[in-house]
Design a protein around this ligand. Structure first.
Ligand code: A2P
Length: 308
């Protein structure tokens, strides 16, 4: 758990973080506290839209109060949701208040798109027909300018980045930036390896952070025979194999769990061989799957036969 990586502005980032998407309010505080106290995890990935930042903050505070960690020793990320694309600092301030922090280590554009800020819901506005109420005036360059301003003129963020950005979306942003995004947080696991996007980010100094590394809730990845075989070979948990794949290849990885046992075992690195890594890199190819990157929507959507 003590592997660290460097962001392009020199900031150190612990490579293994705890994801908090879909972590229930009643459980996430204890999960965060446990991760910091008992497993050596020093990185917590939060977001305004997860609606549990207050509880995440309580978990952090408990670990600090117990004297296990200081604020400076941990790395906390939050994200600005599309409904707030024109109110970046308002969203950040709200997250900081919820998390009970003075600053976050990394602030991300959560999705490269906009929702109607004056719609019928503060997070997920819908039109009369029930479909998403987009704001097509969304301009990622304009939103990024605000990120840059906050980064340069306040002490509220130590680094800034993006999430769910495909190559075309990054192409539309990067020629216009003063500060190159420090990270791109994307869905990443052996069913969605996106090698072109990984290479693209690497060449430009953008660190890739893998969310849903286990294939998210109910996904078939943890039942994939080849992964079970690798786990058996290394006498490890299948989830540890998936997590270790990212760590071996120099990515940040953000498995979500609220279960102490699983948080602990997810922090155990499996020493994968070159062949193991190659197998994981190429696993998706055996399905001959249809994979595509939608430039408006984000990093990619995978249609899998047994994906519920
Ligand atoms: P739980 O929180 O009860 O542990 P992802 O990180 O890809 O989004 O996956 C998260 C899902 O995987 C959650 O449902 C989480 O449930 C479950 N999970 C987390 N760690 C493990 C593990 N080591 N083995 C099996 N399932 C896990």
């Amino acid at each position: 758990t003590d592997i660290t990586l460097k962001l392009n502005n020199g900031t150190t980032i612990p490579a293994l973080g705890l994801g908090t998407w879909q972590s229930p309010k009643g459980e996430v505080s204890a999960a965060v506290e446990y991760a910091l106290k008992e497993t050596g995890i020093r990185h917590i990935d939060a977001a305004f839209v997860y609606e549990n930042e207050q509880e995440v903050g309580e978990g952090i505070q408990k670990a600090i109060d117990a004297g296990v960690v200081t604020r400076e020793q941990i790395f906390v990320t939050t994200k600005v949701f599309p409904t707030y694309h024109e109110r970046v600092e308002e969203s950040l301030n709200e997250s900081l208040k919820n998390l009970n922090l003075d600053y976050v280590d990394l602030l991300l554009i959560h999705w490269p798109l906009g929702f109607n800020p004056k719609g019928n819901h503060y997070l997920f506005p819908t039109k009369e027909d029930g479909t998403a109420d987009y704001d097509f005036s969304f301009d990622i360059v304009k939103m990024w300018r605000e990120f840059e301003r906050i980064y340069k003129t306040t002490k509220k963020v130590r680094a800034i980045g993006v999430s769910n950005c495909s190559i075309p979306m990054l192409e539309s942003l990067l020629p216009h930036v003063e500060v190159v995004p420090a990270a791109n947080q994307i869905e990443s696991h052996p069913y969605l390896p996106q090698p072109e996007l990984l290479d693209y980010c690497k060449q430009r100094g953008i660190l890739v952070e893998a969310y849903s590394p286990l294939g998210s809730v109910g996904g078939p990845l943890l039942k994939e025979q080849g992964i079970l075989d690798l786990a058996a070979k290394h006498n490890a948990d299948p989830a540890s194999v998936l997590i270790s794949w990212h760590l071996h290849e120099g990515r940040v990885v953000l498995p979500k769990s609220v279960n102490p046992q699983r948080i602990k075992s997810n922090a155990v690195l499996v020493p994968l061989s070159k062949d193991d890594l190659e197998y994981l890199d190429k696993l998706s190819e055996k399905y001959g799957i249809h994979r595509y990157n939608n430039p408006q929507w984000g990093a990619g959507i995978l249609k899998f036969p047994d994906w519920q």
